[in-house]
Design a binder for this molecule. Structure first.
Ligand code: 5GP
Ligand code: MG
Ligand code: MG
Length: 181
């Protein structure tokens, strides 16, 4: 992607994210309190920071696995056609599964992934997304837990990239273009 000059305005601070994760984990523990093993599935790559913070706050017996679905690539628009680029290592039949996503936007990605995983007959399948842009939804999908509902802005940081950059910001920021590229 050609780099038009941009700045990043803070939208959600690292402190606010940490506080919200504590709340979410209390709810997740209520739901999965009886599990003998929860498989926490991170969707690569955007969820890698979120899943790292989430599992360290979860007081449950867990395993971690990852799945990579095709996404924006380096563009800012959803491709709508979801492909699995990297599948899970482990089987999930009869297991409790929590899918962890960075953002639900049009809804195509999580809708596709949860249908795919449901077809493998897990005992329980739930999903959590750090961010949700409800105004952008194109398919009828709702994540079981959402960290923050946000307006239709392009965001980066806390694992989320713009053309592979800015994943290492500790907060969620909003991209604001400052001139012509
Ligand atoms: P959906 O299939 O719901 O339209 O798209 C979900 C994926 O689109 C997210 O996992 C994320 O990778 C990407 N996405 C959606 N909104 C944003 C955004 O504001 N910034 C970035 N970097 N990616 C986004
Ligand atoms: Mg993603
Ligand atoms: Mg991306």
């Amino acid at each position: 992607m050609s780099q038009r000059p941009y700045v990043i305005d803070v939208m959600i601070s690292a402190k606010a994210i940490a506080a919200r994760i504590e709340e979410l984990c209390e709810e997740i523990q209520k739901e999965f309190g009886d599990t003998d093993k929860l498989v926490v599935v991170g969707l690569l790559r955007g969820s890698f920071v979120f899943i790292a913070d989430l599992v360290r706050e979860l007081d449950l017996p867990i395993e971690v696995d990852f799945l990579e679905a095709s996404s924006y690539g380096d563009a800012m628009e959803s491709s709508r056609e979801v492909r699995i680029l990297k599948d899970l290592r482990g089987a999930i039949e009869g297991r409790d599964v929590l899918v962890v996503e960075d953002i639900v936007d049009t809804g195509h990605t999580l809708n596709h992934v949860t249908h795919l995983l449901q077809s493998r007959n897990p005992a329980r399948l739930k999903s959590i997304a750090l961010l949700d842009k409800p105004s952008r939804r194109e398919v009828d999908f709702r994540s079981d837990w959402v960290g923050f509902e946000i307006p239709d802005e392009f965001v980066v940081g806390y694992g989320i990239d713009y053309a592979q950059r800015n994943r290492n910001l500790p907060h969620i920021g909003k991209v604001r273009f400052t001139g012509e590229g």
